[in-house]
Design a binder for this molecule. Structure first.
Ligand code: SF4
Length: 316
């Protein structure tokens, strides 16, 4: 990577004492594990829009599609203040080159989904989005976003991190130059990763790249980027991974001994059935890539999409 990945994050998740009660919500995965590979841009909507620490807790009220932000006990409204600040802050964040954002779950300002919204009778429903989170996501519709609660689910974590790292590689490619050659090189190395997320996008993007010369760069690059982010949003399932692993195995058809073939097929099947994590067949394939010197596969990001220290692909 040319530069460090930059992620926006709710400041309290980094351990900043900015919550209404003067505390924080430090998340060790975010700071200690992911933090080794990214640079965070902390944002606390409530403090940055001018509210003090400590402060009265707030909640969303009214229509879940456009709720009001009010203090829980004294009913003081902060909706307009928050919306005006959030629009300005979202515009400012364009200059930060963010590759994603991690929100604090359940917050009336920062929660990205299922935030409690209270009706006129004080009955909550988990149907809201925090005011800042909504404006941010509308401003950056293609950016990977998650909250810290969802990141405890290993599948969601893996998907988010793959999206973030892929977006960064794409940005680095664009920074080197918007040439068709760079697009082809990027696409070639991401083919199997795309296939794992969406066979449909894999086919469509292949056609787009094959006809790259027919489109002006102003159309080609935004179109490819939209397809890329859309594809990576779709989850890679065990069935899709098994398909990619069989596809990979095809490259060694002539070289693998019957015994090696059997071992690899067994590892893929055990993974597909949920008996072993994805890292098992992938490690075996990486071994054969080295042993039989497969330059095309050596370049495939699918086999090493993120740093090993993140301990992904390690769950069943
Ligand atoms: S959830 Fe958002 S608004 Fe609340 S303390 Fe954390 S960063 Fe600030």
């Amino acid at each position: 990577m040319e530069t460090r990945i930059r992620l926006g994050v709710s400041a309290c998740l980094l351990g900043d004492n900015v919550r209404f009660d003067g505390g924080h919500k430090l998340d060790r995965f975010i700071t200690d594990t992911l933090g080794q590979f990214v640079e965070y841009v902390p944002v606390c909507p409530e403090v940055e829009c001018g509210l003090p620490v400590p402060r009265e807790a707030m909640r969303l009220m009214g229509d879940p599609a456009s709720p009001r932000l009010v203090t829980s006990r004294t009913n003081v409204e902060h909706t307009e203040r928050m919306i005006a600040w959030a629009r300005k802050r979202a515009a400012e964040l364009e200059a930060e080159g963010l590759c994603g954002y991690i929100f604090k779950s359940n917050s009336p300002s920062s929660g990205m989904e299922r935030v409690r919204v209270y009706d006129a009778n004080g009955v909550p429903s988990k149907t809201g989005v925090g005011l800042f989170a909504r404006i941010f996501m509308e401003h950056f519709p293609l950016l990977p976003v998650e909250d810290e609660g969802r990141l405890h689910d290993m599948k969601l974590r893996e998907n988010f991190i793959e999206r973030v790292f892929t977006l960064k590689r794409w940005r680095d490619t664009l920074a080197v130059g918007r040439t068709r050659g760079n697009l082809v090189a990027f696409h070639t190395r991401h083919k199997l990763l795309l296939l794992a997320h969406s066979p449909k996008h894999y086919r469509e993007m292949g056609r787009l790249v094959a006809h790259a010369k027919e489109l002006p760069p102003d159309e080609l690059f935004p179109h490819y980027e939209a397809q890329l982010t859309e594809a990576m949003t779709l989850k890679a399932t065990p069935a899709k991974h098994a398909n990619v692993l069989h596809h990979l195995m095809g490259y060694f058809k002539e070289q693998l001994s019957p015994d090696e073939k059997q071992e690899l097929l067994g590892a893929i099947e055990s993974y597909r059935k949920g008996h072993v994590p994805l890292i098992v067949p992938v490690t075996l394939i990486n071994h054969y890539v080295r042993k039989y010197d497969q330059p095309y596969l050596r370049e495939q990001w699918y086999l090493n999409p993120h740093p090993i220290e993140l301990q992904l692909r390690n769950h069943v």
